[in-house]
Design a protein around this ligand. Structure first.
Ligand code: NAD
Length: 358
């Protein structure tokens, strides 16, 4: 069992990582002191692990209400949040109530948002059930919902009260969802989390499924991300290193209409392209780029030759709010573990790399 102490702004909380310990984690004072508990559970997780969740709640069930959420991305919406907030009122949640979100990043963002705005903010406990949510979205306090015009438009920073990463949930996680989490851990490994990079290099898809290995990876990523957030909660500067590979990844996903490529594959493609750009600019050595590419290949993170319309990918990048002017604003690497924010890449260099790689 790993216990990581995290803090951001005036909040401090613990991230617990272990196997099959949800029942014990829910006996902690952060939970047992609550008068009412709204448990927002992914309907899919409830199908797969409903009995485990109910057993773990045990005698807390008398004070809890279970609210199932169909966790499709389109339900992470402002309109859906309003319906859940009305349920909080109907269930008599007051300022001494807490929210527990059990699910992937969709449920985590949604539970974080609803708890953050309800009565000007009540505590939220995240129980992430996907690898991506364990290594990334449950940590750092970003909570947001979508509007029809765009993703994560309405949101706030609302740090969790506690994060419970129970690896038991990962047993049912499909391979594609594992890829999404591994891409984020690889990103951490490249921008400064040497422990995560070495773990990925020292293992393979099979050994990584072992609890003792995956718990080390989740702990390394959680430690790294929370340390970055501690230094820059509101993304005034440093925190934006966590966007490494994402500007290109998001542009690939949107240019393909979010079909035929997963988020993790798009991020891995973004990482691969960015690493090659850094190598050509003389910022990364051949050997460093080789280490990253080996991991991408070993875990099958990137689809072979995605069929990309490169001009369209570039156009999508130009729309991205982080970009401006005739060059695109990026996080670059001056060596593995040495990210530099607000760097510019001439579009023709980027285009050339994409033409050759995709
Ligand atoms: N707040 C942040 O800092 C942050 C960071 C990254 C991503 N996000 C958000 O996270 C979301 C993506 O999160 P995600 O990748 O976890 O996706 P997700 O929540 O959509 O979950 C992926 C799929 O896995 C299923 N699932 C969840 N747990 C499972 C389990 N244990 N076994 C089997 N199936 C399971 C879900 O039902 C869903 O179909 C996006 O909305 C994104 O915007 C937020």
């Amino acid at each position: 069992m790993h216990t990581i102490k995290a803090s951001a702004g005036s909040a401090s909380y613990e991230i617990l990582i272990g196997n099959s310990f949800l029942h014990d984690a829910l006996r902690r004072p952060e939970v047992s002191s609550a008068e009412r508990i709204a448990v927002i559970v992914s309907a899919r997780v409830d199908e797969l692990h409903g009995e485990y969740v109910r057993r773990s709640l045990g005698d807390l069930r008398g004070r809890s209400v279970l609210l199932l959420m169909d966790d499709r991305e389109e339900n992470k919406s402002y309109a859906h949040a309003e319906r859940f907030l009305e349920k909080f009122i109907a269930e008599k949640l007051n300022r001494r109530a807490i929210v527990i979100g059990i699910g992937g990043g969709v449920v985590g963002d949604f539970a974080g948002f609803c708890s953050g705005v309800y009565m000007r903010g009540i505590p939220v406990i995240h129980v992430p059930t996907t690898l991506l949510a364990m290594v990334d979205s449950s940590i750092g306090g970003k909570a947001a919902v979508n509007l029809t015009v765009g993703k994560n438009i309405i949101g706030l920073f609302h740090q969790p009260f506690l994060v419970v990463s129970d690896l038991h949930f990962l047993e049912s996680l499909p391979a594609g969802e594992v890829t999404n989490g591994l891409a984020e851990s690889l990103k951490h490994g490249i921008i400064g989390d040497n422990a995560a990079l070495e773990l990925l290099e020292g293992n393979g898809p099979d050994s990584l499924r072992r609890v003792e290995v995956i718990s080390e990876l989740v702990a390394a990523s959680a430690r790294f991300k929370s340390a970055i957030v501690e230094r820059d909660e509101r993304e005034a500067g440093l925190r934006s290193i966590l966007n490494f590979g994402h500007t290109i990844g998001h542009a690939i996903e949107s240019s393909m209409g979010y079909r035929g490529i997963s988020h993790g594959q798009a991020v891995a493609a973004g990482i691969r392209i960015k690493v090659e750009v850094c190598r050509r600019m003389g910022l990364l050595s051949e050997a460093e780029a080789g280490r990253v590419n080996t991991v991408i290949q070993r875990y099958g993170l990137m689809p072979e030759g995605p069929d990309l319309d490169i001009d369209q990918v570039i156009r999508h990048m130009e729309y991205d709010k982080k970009n401006f002017g005739d060059a695109i604003n990026f996080v670059l690497l001056a060596g593995l573990g040495n990210p530099r924010i607000n760097q510019r890449i001439p579009i023709d260099v980027l285009k050339q790399v994409m033409v050759e790689m995709c």
